[in-house]
Design a protein around this ligand. Structure first.
Ligand code: FES
Ligand SMILES: [Fe+2]
Length: 450
């Protein structure tokens, strides 16, 4: 028997028990205590841009049907027929104003109100069937910067409060006007928390992504913000060039970094950033100073966006960028990485009841015209092997995944030992996670994860 409270009491900044990574009791406990009591990111708004469009979000045993109703409002329902429990929809698509169960034909409109119970009179003998019991079960929806969140808990605070301080930190970034450039989903041989935590720190960068070393090896820092957390790098101005040393080509340095990330990750720097970096090489002399390169890059970047009808977020100051950092864990299972060019998102979920399998989503969203449609087809990779050749940078991360999952089961491993300076994110996530598992049902902790 797992004693969740006892395990919680052992968590320190440099000590997190490994039990949660593989014991089946945790899968069951998460279904009871975690998933129903938090806000969860279900999908992007652009996937349900038009009335009648739907998207199915599955989490553990729950399936949520997100629909843009005929009145334009995004609603969410338990994706289940109240008659005999058939799942109503899968994937994504168009349902118009009519949601029909394929078992016996019960029908609802896009606001979830029942329109047809086939042979309804048959229930007359038992007092009749009508009212809310035959409507779809509604689920709370919250919207933030184009992401659709849902929660099964009527008591959880409003989304804006739950996300604090992210709405304020990202307020000037105008992320509502970003669109999916790609969306990849891959099934990995690890617990969902193992893959989540693999993307929650940059301590691994020098070893796992050695190619990044040519752009410097600054030490990141990490911070808790209630139940959420972030890691970031301090912006450091390069030293003034030594007049006796060969001149530094700041254009080339900027270009090389943007090009490398664009080519190997396909995110953080997208098509606008790459175009701006290329222009540095053609439009600026080799002797351009650090400040001249910076100034020109911003100008070229905003011009590249304007060509697509997108707007450069001119309000964002260097202080705002510093505060936004590199990556945030949005408790429980989402990560966002903000940049000027757009933002990247990750989401980790359990895959069925197997603690050794996870479904991992990766999104890259680029700035776009406010009315731009989404035309991206999601890509699905059922195994890590099928992901080979898809994204070099992520493959480097995934290369650790299975080995971690195997390793944490070793009798040598009672706990992982997070770096107390660079991996505060992991400790914050784990502590808040255990607090949810311990708190009585319906009374999940509301705020401070420290
Ligand atoms: S299960 Fe849906 S109509 Fe019977
Ligand atoms: Fe990585």
């Amino acid at each position: 028997m797992v004693d969740f409270a006892e395990l919680l009491s052992t968590i320190r900044p440099d000590y997190v028990p490994v039990d949660g990574y593989y014991k089946p009791e945790f899968v069951a406990r998460e279904k009871q205590m975690l998933w129903p009591h938090t806000w969860l990111m279900a999908c992007r708004e652009e996937l349900v841009a038009q009335p009648g469009q739907y998207y199915v979000f599955d989490i553990a045993d729950e399936s949520i049907l997100v629909v843009r109703s005929k009145d334009g409002v995004i609603r969410a329902f338990h994706n289940v027929c109240p008659h005999r429990g058939r799942r109503l929809k899968e994937g994504a698509g168009e349902t118009g104003d009519s949601i029909v169960c394929r078992f016996h034909g019960w029908t609802w409109d896009s606001t979830g109100e029942n329109r047809l119970v086939f042979h309804k009179e048959d229930w007359d003998a038992t007092g009749g069937i009508c009212g809310v019991d035959v409507n779809l079960g509604e689920v709370r929806v919250g919207l933030w910067e184009g992401w659709v969140f849902v929660t099964l808990d009527p008591e959880v605070e409003p989304l804006e409060e739950y996300l604090h301080p992210l709405p304020e930190v990202f307020a000037k970034f105008d992320y509502k006007n970003t669109r999916l450039a790609w969306h990849k989903t891959v099934v990995l041989e690890c617990n969902w928390k193992v893959v989540l935590e693999a993307f929650l720190e940059s301590y691994h960068t020098a070893t796992t992504h050695p190619q990044a070393l040519k752009f410097g090896s600054r030490k990141p820092f990490s911070q808790a913000h209630g139940k959420h957390s972030l890691f970031a790098f301090h912006f450091v101005r390069p030293p003034e060039p030594d007049p006796s040393a060969p001149p530094v080509d700041y254009r080339l340095a900027r270009y090389a970094y943007v090009e490398e990330m664009n080519r190997t990750l396909g995110a953080l720097w997208g098509r606008h950033g790459l175009k701006a970096a290329e222009r540095l090489l053609t439009d600026l002399p080799e002797t351009a100073t650090f400040d001249e390169v910076n100034e020109a890059f911003v100008r070229f970047h905003s011009e590249a966006m304007a060509e697509d009808g997108a707007r450069y977020p001119v309000e964002v100051t260097p202080e705002d960028l510093q505060r936004a950092g590199t990556a945030w864990n949005l408790f429980p299972n989402m990560i966002v990485l903000p940049t000027i060019d757009g933002w990247q998102g990750y989401r980790a979920r359990p895959n069925g009841d197997d603690p050794d399998s996870a479904i991992f989503d990766i999104w890259w969203l680029e700035r776009s015209a406010p009315d731009a449609p989404s035309t991206v087809e999601p890509e699905f990779y059922p195994t890590m092997e099928s992901f080979k050749g898809v994204c070099y940078f992520l493959e480097q991360d995934f290369d650790n995944i299975k080995a971690i999952q195997q390793g944490v089961k070793s009798s040598r491993m009672k706990a992982i030992r997070p770096n107390p300076a660079q991996e505060v994110t992991i400790q914050t996530f784990e502590r808040t996670y255990y607090e949810h598992l311990v708190a009585p049902r319906g009374q999940a902790p509301r705020g401070d994860g420290r």
